[in-house]
Design a binder for this molecule. Structure first.
Ligand SMILES: Nc1ncnc2c1ncn2[C@@H]1O[C@H](COP(=O)(O)OP(=O)(O)OP(=O)(O)O)[C@@H](O)[C@H]1O
Ligand SMILES: Nc1nc2c(ncn2[C@@H]2O[C@H](COP(=O)(O)O)[C@@H](O)[C@H]2O)c(=O)[nH]1
Length: 197
Protein backbone atom coordinates (compact mmCIF):
# COMPACT_ATOMS: atom_id res chain seq x y z
CA UNK A 1 0.00 0.00 0.00
CA UNK A 2 1.31 3.46 -0.86
CA UNK A 3 2.34 5.66 2.05
CA UNK A 4 -0.13 8.42 2.83
CA UNK A 5 1.46 11.81 2.35
CA UNK A 6 1.59 13.99 5.42
CA UNK A 7 -1.14 16.55 5.84
CA UNK A 8 -3.92 14.71 4.01
CA UNK A 9 -5.99 13.93 7.13
CA UNK A 10 -6.13 10.17 6.60
CA UNK A 11 -7.27 9.36 10.13
CA UNK A 12 -10.81 10.43 11.08
CA UNK A 13 -10.89 12.59 14.24
CA UNK A 14 -12.93 10.07 16.27
CA UNK A 15 -10.30 7.33 15.94
CA UNK A 16 -7.17 9.46 16.40
CA UNK A 17 -5.14 8.93 19.60
CA UNK A 18 -5.79 11.67 22.14
CA UNK A 19 -3.17 14.33 22.58
CA UNK A 20 -1.35 13.69 25.87
CA UNK A 21 0.12 16.49 28.00
CA UNK A 22 2.72 15.67 30.64
CA UNK A 23 3.27 18.34 33.29
CA UNK A 24 4.79 18.52 36.72
CA UNK A 25 7.24 20.62 38.70
CA UNK A 26 10.68 21.39 37.36
CA UNK A 27 13.06 18.58 38.29
CA UNK A 28 10.43 15.92 38.90
CA UNK A 29 11.80 13.87 35.99
CA UNK A 30 9.55 14.56 32.99
CA UNK A 31 12.36 14.58 30.42
CA UNK A 32 13.99 11.53 31.97
CA UNK A 33 10.76 9.53 31.83
CA UNK A 34 9.99 10.63 28.27
CA UNK A 35 13.50 9.83 27.04
CA UNK A 36 13.29 6.38 28.61
CA UNK A 37 9.88 5.76 27.07
CA UNK A 38 10.96 6.88 23.59
CA UNK A 39 14.04 4.68 23.60
CA UNK A 40 11.74 1.66 23.31
CA UNK A 41 8.84 3.43 21.62
CA UNK A 42 10.19 6.05 19.20
CA UNK A 43 6.77 6.09 17.54
CA UNK A 44 5.57 8.35 20.35
CA UNK A 45 6.00 11.79 18.86
CA UNK A 46 7.28 14.43 21.29
CA UNK A 47 6.67 18.03 20.36
CA UNK A 48 9.83 20.17 20.27
CA UNK A 49 9.08 23.49 21.94
CA UNK A 50 10.42 26.92 21.14
CA UNK A 51 12.11 28.68 24.03
CA UNK A 52 13.98 31.86 24.82
CA UNK A 53 16.04 29.97 27.42
CA UNK A 54 19.72 29.53 26.61
CA UNK A 55 20.79 25.96 25.77
CA UNK A 56 22.27 23.82 28.53
CA UNK A 57 25.47 21.93 27.71
CA UNK A 58 24.59 19.14 25.28
CA UNK A 59 21.20 20.55 24.26
CA UNK A 60 20.76 20.80 20.49
CA UNK A 61 18.66 23.22 18.48
CA UNK A 62 15.75 21.36 16.88
CA UNK A 63 16.23 18.31 19.08
CA UNK A 64 15.68 19.43 22.67
CA UNK A 65 14.22 22.84 21.83
CA UNK A 66 14.12 25.44 19.10
CA UNK A 67 16.24 28.08 20.82
CA UNK A 68 14.91 31.45 19.70
CA UNK A 69 15.53 35.10 20.47
CA UNK A 70 12.95 37.31 22.20
CA UNK A 71 12.11 38.88 18.82
CA UNK A 72 11.62 35.50 17.21
CA UNK A 73 9.36 34.41 20.05
CA UNK A 74 7.35 37.64 19.69
CA UNK A 75 6.81 36.81 16.02
CA UNK A 76 5.80 33.19 16.67
CA UNK A 77 3.20 34.45 19.14
CA UNK A 78 1.96 37.30 16.94
CA UNK A 79 1.61 34.99 13.92
CA UNK A 80 -0.45 32.46 15.88
CA UNK A 81 2.15 29.77 15.30
CA UNK A 82 2.03 28.47 18.86
CA UNK A 83 -0.66 26.17 20.20
CA UNK A 84 0.11 27.55 23.65
CA UNK A 85 2.91 29.49 25.29
CA UNK A 86 3.87 30.57 28.79
CA UNK A 87 6.51 32.39 30.74
CA UNK A 88 8.27 30.10 33.20
CA UNK A 89 11.01 31.17 35.63
CA UNK A 90 12.09 34.10 33.47
CA UNK A 91 11.94 32.51 30.00
CA UNK A 92 9.20 31.94 27.45
CA UNK A 93 8.28 28.51 26.09
CA UNK A 94 5.75 27.55 23.41
CA UNK A 95 4.44 24.59 21.43
CA UNK A 96 4.61 24.93 17.63
CA UNK A 97 1.05 24.39 16.45
CA UNK A 98 1.47 23.05 12.90
CA UNK A 99 3.62 20.02 13.72
CA UNK A 100 1.27 18.91 16.48
CA UNK A 101 -1.78 19.21 14.25
CA UNK A 102 -0.10 17.32 11.42
CA UNK A 103 0.93 14.40 13.64
CA UNK A 104 -2.51 14.17 15.23
CA UNK A 105 -4.13 14.14 11.80
CA UNK A 106 -1.82 11.28 10.83
CA UNK A 107 -3.05 9.31 13.83
CA UNK A 108 0.28 9.37 15.66
CA UNK A 109 0.47 9.38 19.48
CA UNK A 110 1.51 12.93 20.37
CA UNK A 111 3.04 14.02 23.66
CA UNK A 112 3.61 17.55 24.98
CA UNK A 113 5.95 18.09 27.92
CA UNK A 114 4.92 21.51 29.17
CA UNK A 115 4.27 23.52 32.33
CA UNK A 116 1.02 23.97 34.24
CA UNK A 117 0.04 27.21 32.49
CA UNK A 118 0.48 25.54 29.10
CA UNK A 119 -1.50 22.49 30.22
CA UNK A 120 -4.38 24.75 31.23
CA UNK A 121 -4.32 26.47 27.84
CA UNK A 122 -4.33 23.14 25.99
CA UNK A 123 -7.28 22.01 28.09
CA UNK A 124 -9.18 25.14 26.98
CA UNK A 125 -8.40 24.81 23.27
CA UNK A 126 -8.41 20.98 23.06
CA UNK A 127 -10.70 19.60 25.78
CA UNK A 128 -10.26 16.08 24.39
CA UNK A 129 -6.57 16.08 25.42
CA UNK A 130 -5.58 14.00 28.43
CA UNK A 131 -3.59 15.80 31.10
CA UNK A 132 -1.10 13.76 33.11
CA UNK A 133 0.61 15.14 36.21
CA UNK A 134 4.01 13.81 37.20
CA UNK A 135 4.47 14.15 40.96
CA UNK A 136 7.62 13.69 43.06
CA UNK A 137 7.70 11.06 45.83
CA UNK A 138 8.24 13.96 48.29
CA UNK A 139 9.15 17.65 48.38
CA UNK A 140 12.62 16.79 49.69
CA UNK A 141 13.22 14.45 46.76
CA UNK A 142 12.11 17.14 44.29
CA UNK A 143 14.61 19.60 45.77
CA UNK A 144 17.30 16.92 45.66
CA UNK A 145 16.64 16.16 41.98
CA UNK A 146 16.47 19.77 40.85
CA UNK A 147 19.60 20.73 42.79
CA UNK A 148 21.41 17.51 41.89
CA UNK A 149 20.85 18.04 38.18
CA UNK A 150 23.30 20.91 38.43
CA UNK A 151 21.97 22.85 35.46
CA UNK A 152 20.67 25.98 37.19
CA UNK A 153 22.24 28.50 39.57
CA UNK A 154 20.74 28.80 43.09
CA UNK A 155 18.53 31.82 42.26
CA UNK A 156 16.94 29.99 39.31
CA UNK A 157 16.42 26.90 41.45
CA UNK A 158 14.58 29.14 43.95
CA UNK A 159 12.30 30.48 41.20
CA UNK A 160 11.59 26.98 39.96
CA UNK A 161 10.81 25.75 43.48
CA UNK A 162 8.42 28.68 43.98
CA UNK A 163 6.66 27.65 40.77
CA UNK A 164 6.69 24.03 41.95
CA UNK A 165 4.57 24.91 44.99
CA UNK A 166 1.89 26.35 42.69
CA UNK A 167 2.14 23.39 40.30
CA UNK A 168 1.83 20.80 43.07
CA UNK A 169 -1.31 22.52 44.35
CA UNK A 170 -2.87 22.21 40.87
CA UNK A 171 -2.57 18.43 40.71
CA UNK A 172 -6.36 17.87 41.10
CA UNK A 173 -6.91 19.65 37.76
CA UNK A 174 -5.23 16.76 35.93
CA UNK A 175 -6.89 13.59 34.66
CA UNK A 176 -4.21 11.30 36.07
CA UNK A 177 -1.30 11.55 38.48
CA UNK A 178 1.79 9.38 38.21
CA UNK A 179 4.35 9.46 41.03
CA UNK A 180 7.90 9.33 39.73
CA UNK A 181 9.48 6.86 42.10
CA UNK A 182 10.74 4.63 39.31
CA UNK A 183 11.46 5.92 35.81
CA UNK A 184 10.76 2.50 34.30
CA UNK A 185 7.38 2.14 36.04
CA UNK A 186 6.22 5.64 35.12
CA UNK A 187 7.32 5.23 31.50
CA UNK A 188 5.29 2.01 31.30
CA UNK A 189 2.24 3.66 32.89
CA UNK A 190 2.45 6.61 30.52
CA UNK A 191 2.64 4.32 27.49
CA UNK A 192 -0.46 2.50 28.71
CA UNK A 193 -2.32 5.80 29.16
CA UNK A 194 -1.36 6.70 25.59
CA UNK A 195 -2.62 3.31 24.34
CA UNK A 196 0.81 2.60 22.87
CA UNK A 197 1.13 -0.78 24.64
N1 LIG B 1 12.74 8.32 39.33
C1 LIG B 1 13.86 9.03 39.53
N2 LIG B 1 14.67 8.74 40.57
C2 LIG B 1 15.79 9.46 40.80
N3 LIG B 1 16.20 10.50 40.04
C3 LIG B 1 15.43 10.83 39.00
C4 LIG B 1 14.23 10.13 38.67
N4 LIG B 1 13.67 10.71 37.56
C5 LIG B 1 14.49 11.72 37.21
N5 LIG B 1 15.53 11.79 38.06
C6 LIG B 1 16.63 12.79 38.02
O1 LIG B 1 16.06 14.05 38.38
C7 LIG B 1 16.71 15.11 37.69
C8 LIG B 1 15.66 15.97 36.99
O2 LIG B 1 15.07 15.20 35.94
P1 LIG B 1 14.55 15.89 34.61
O3 LIG B 1 15.57 16.83 34.06
O4 LIG B 1 14.07 14.78 33.74
O5 LIG B 1 13.32 16.72 35.18
P2 LIG B 1 12.22 17.59 34.42
O6 LIG B 1 10.94 17.37 35.11
O7 LIG B 1 12.27 17.30 32.96
O8 LIG B 1 12.74 19.05 34.71
P3 LIG B 1 12.44 20.45 33.97
O9 LIG B 1 10.98 20.68 34.02
O10 LIG B 1 13.24 21.43 34.77
O11 LIG B 1 12.96 20.34 32.56
C9 LIG B 1 17.70 14.47 36.72
O12 LIG B 1 18.99 14.56 37.29
C10 LIG B 1 17.23 13.02 36.63
O13 LIG B 1 18.30 12.13 36.37
N1 LIG C 1 3.96 26.07 28.52
C1 LIG C 1 5.05 25.46 28.05
N2 LIG C 1 5.96 24.96 28.89
C2 LIG C 1 7.01 24.32 28.38
C3 LIG C 1 7.19 24.16 27.00
N3 LIG C 1 8.35 23.48 26.79
C4 LIG C 1 8.85 23.20 28.01
N4 LIG C 1 8.05 23.72 28.97
C5 LIG C 1 8.21 23.63 30.42
O1 LIG C 1 9.05 24.66 30.88
C6 LIG C 1 9.61 24.25 32.14
C7 LIG C 1 11.09 24.52 32.15
O2 LIG C 1 11.75 23.73 31.17
P1 LIG C 1 13.36 23.66 31.15
O3 LIG C 1 13.70 22.84 29.93
O4 LIG C 1 13.87 25.05 31.08
O5 LIG C 1 13.76 22.98 32.43
C8 LIG C 1 9.28 22.76 32.30
O6 LIG C 1 8.16 22.65 33.17
C9 LIG C 1 8.89 22.36 30.90
O7 LIG C 1 7.99 21.26 30.89
C10 LIG C 1 6.20 24.69 26.13
O8 LIG C 1 6.26 24.59 24.90
N5 LIG C 1 5.17 25.33 26.69
Amino acid sequence: MAATPRGTSPVPPDVRPRLTVLSGPSGVGKSTVVAHMRKEHPEVWLSVSATTRKPRPGEQHGVHYFFVSDDEMDKLIANGELLEWAEFAGNRYGTPRAAVQERLENGEPVLLEIDLQGARLVRESMPEAQLVFLAPPSWEELVRRLTGRGTEPPEVIERRLDAAKIELAAEPEFDTTLVNTSVEDVARELLALMDVV
